[in-house]
Design a protein around this ligand. Structure first.
Ligand code: UDP
Length: 242
C-alpha cells in the first residue's frame, strides 16, 4: 500500500448521509454540529483528515429507481445530494473555527472545487480538512467505494467506516445476541466467513490495494475520536489479519 511516509496519521472518514439526518430525511443541525466538533477535535490532535460524504439522507439512486426513475438520473441526484451535505458540513466546520476545503468529483464550478488527488493531498498535508463530495463522479457506485478509492489516492492509513454497531461480528449482532465481536480480521477471513463490511465493489478495491478498513460505532460517545486518533477502536480489516 502506498501510504505517505511521515509518522502523521492520515485517515479517511466515510460519513454517511444517514449519520447527518438522525431519524429524519435531510440534515439535523444539532447532529451536524456535533459531528463537526468531533472532527475538529480529531484535527486538533494533528491527525490529517479527509471525509467522503454520502447522500442517503436526501437521495439514493437505487431507491429512486424503485420509485420509477431512470437509475442513472437517480444516481446523479444522489451525487448532488452528497454535494448538499458537503456544503453543509464545510459551513459548519468553518463556523466552528476549522479550516476546510470542499472538493467534488461531480463538477459544480460555481460552488465547489473540482476534485484532484494531488491538490487534495496538499490540502490535508497543510492541516486543513478535506471534504470530498460527488462520489466517484460516475453512477452505479456508492460512497463506500468512493471512500476506498479516495483513501488510496490520498495515501491514507485507514478508511474509517462508522456504523450502528461496535464493529465486525461473526453474525449480525442486531439479530443474534450471542454474536462474537472480532477486533482484527484479514480480508481473506472476511470473504471466507461471508461477513459484510462494505459493498462488494468497495471491499474488492480495498483488498486489491491493501487499504485497511476500520469499522466502529458512529453513535458511541468518543468512538470516532479514538478510531481516528489512536486506532484502538472497533474492528480492523487488514491484509495481515490477527
Ligand atoms: N452515487 C453515485 N456514484 C458514486 C457515489 C454515489 O451515483 O460514486 C449516488 C448513488 O445514487 C448513491 C447516492 O449517490 O445512492 C448517495 O450515496 P450513498 O448511498 O453511498 O450515501 P450514504 O449511504 O453513504 O449516505
Amino acid at each position: 500500500m502506498a501510504t505517505h511516509n511521515t509518522a502523521t496519521r492520515r485517515v479517511l472518514l466515510k460519513l454517511s448521509g444517514e449519520a447527518l439526518g438522525g431519524n429524519a430525511m435531510g440534515i439535523e443541525p444539532s447532529i451536524l454540529a456535533k459531528s463537526a466538533k468531533e472532527i475538529l477535535d480529531i484535527a486538533k490532535q494533528g491527525v490529517q483528515i479527509a471525509i467522503v460524504i454520502g447522500g442517503g439522507n436526501i437521495f439514493r439512486g437505487a431507491a429512486l429507481q424503485k420509485a420509477g426513475l431512470n437509475r442513472v438520473i437517480g444516481d446523479q441526484m444522489g451525487m448532488l445530494a452528497t454535494v448538499i451535505n458537503g456544503l453543509a458540513m464545510r459551513d459548519e466546520l468553518i463556523r466552528q473555527g476549522g479550516s476546510c476545503v470542499l472538493m467534488s468529483a461531480y463538477g459544480i464550478p460555481s460552488i465547489t472545487t473540482q476534485y484532484q488527488a494531488q491538490l487534495g493531498k496538499e490540502i490535508i498535508e497543510q492541516g486543513s480538512i478535506l471534504i470530498v463530495a460527488g462520489g466517484t463522479g460516475a453512477p452505479l457506485f456508492t460512497t463506500d467505494t468512493t471512500a476506498v478509492l479516495r483513501a488510496v489516492e490520498l495515501e491514507c492509513n485507514e478508511v474509517l467506516k462508522g456504523t450502528k454497531v461496535d464493529g465486525i461480528y461473526d453474525s449480525d449482532p442486531m439479530k443474534n445476541k450471542d454474536a462474537k465481536f472480532i477486533k482484527h480480521i484479514s480480508f481473506d477471513e472476511v470473504i471466507a466467513q461471508k461477513l459484510e463490511v462494505m459493498d462488494l465493489t468497495a471491499f474488492t478495491l480495498a483488498l486489491e490495494n491493501n487499504m485497511n478498513i476500520r469499522v466502529f460505532n458512529m453513535n458511541k460517545e468518543g468512538a470516532l475520536f479514538k478510531a481516528a486518533t489512536t486506532g484502538d477502536e472497533g474492528s480492523l480489516v487488514s491484509c495481515q489479519g490477527v
